[in-house]
Design a protein around this ligand. Structure first.
Ligand code: ZN
Ligand code: ZN
Length: 262
């Protein structure tokens, strides 16, 4: 049993059949998925997918790319939507200075509103951070001093300083297909030092399909490849990676419904 802690089923639904995609995930042993909201204007679609499949939950949030258009200056709307039964996390939010699709100030403001919503609801924060290690660390630390919140750095590709700061703050590290890429040696070095009890696996589908599916459109079933690579990296069995990442997921995403067998 594995959990895809971060995917975008609404993107996959645009040119695919979700019944088939979720069916393949089931057959691959993926027992739960979180489909991640990137725009509040698309939230109803994302929530609808979570309502359609018992093993799918969703988040609520505005991606840093969308901060100029839809950035949140207050936590109110996020908090309100977070109360819905399908919503198990706040995000994805954070900072993306690689693409800079939105002004950095707007990204930061929206990031802080998401943090406030996470703190007030107790739901985990789903953080996207690309080429923004320093500001991500500064904002997380500063906000943590205002009151505790928890979360995950999803699709972790940052440097060791952000990994350390995240662990110190009690955060989890989301491992995506990138760790299977030949060139990702620096990332694997960091992951070797992250304790097992802080790791989650994810696809971030439709992006970043892991080896040996690289180049294809990613989908939740492919999380098995990332889990297998992670087991090898950590010198543990596949079963151990499955059980520890599943346990971690339900510890962090405590609102996510557990399948009857879990
Ligand atoms: Zn992301
Ligand atoms: Zn994402």
């Amino acid at each position: 049993m594995l959990i895809d802690s971060h995917c975008h089923l609404d993107y996959l639904a645009r040119d695919g059949d979700l019944d088939e995609i979720v069916g393949r995930a089931r057959r691959a042993g993926v027992s739960a998925m979180v489909t991640i909201c990137t725009k509040l204007s698309e939230f109803d679609v994302v929530r609808g997918i979570a309502q359609r499949f018992p093993e799918v939950s969703c988040s609520v949030g505005v991606h840093p790319h969308e901060a100029a258009e839809e950035g949140q200056d207050s936590p109110d709307r996020l908090r309100e939507l977070a109360a819905l039964p399908e919503v198990v996390g706040i995000g994805e939010t954070g900072l993306d200075y690689f693409y800079d699709h939105s002004p950095r100030e707007a990204q930061q403001r929206s990031f802080r509103s998401h943090i406030t919503a996470a703190r007030e609801t107790g739901l985990p924060l789903i953080v996207h951070s690309r080429d923004a290690d320093e500001d991500t660390i500064a904002i997380l630390r500063e906000e943590a001093r205002q009151g505790a919140f928890t979360g995950v750095i999803h699709c972790f590709t940052a440097g060791p300083a952000l990994a350390e700061a995240a662990l110190e703050l009690g955060f989890y590290i989301g491992v995506s297909g990138i760790m299977t890429f030949k060139k990702a040696e620096a990332l694997r070095d960091i992951l070797r030092r992250v304790p097992l009890e802080r790791l989650l696996v994810e696809t971030d589908a439709p992006y970043l399909a892991p080896v040996p599916q690289r180049g294809k459109q990613n989908e939740p079933a492919f999380v098995v490849h990332t889990a297998a690579a992670l087991a090898e990296l950590k010198s543990v069995t596949g079963d151990e990676i499955s059980s520890v990442t599943t346990y971690n997921f339900y510890t962090l995403f405590a609102k996510a419904p557990r399948p009857a067998a879990a």
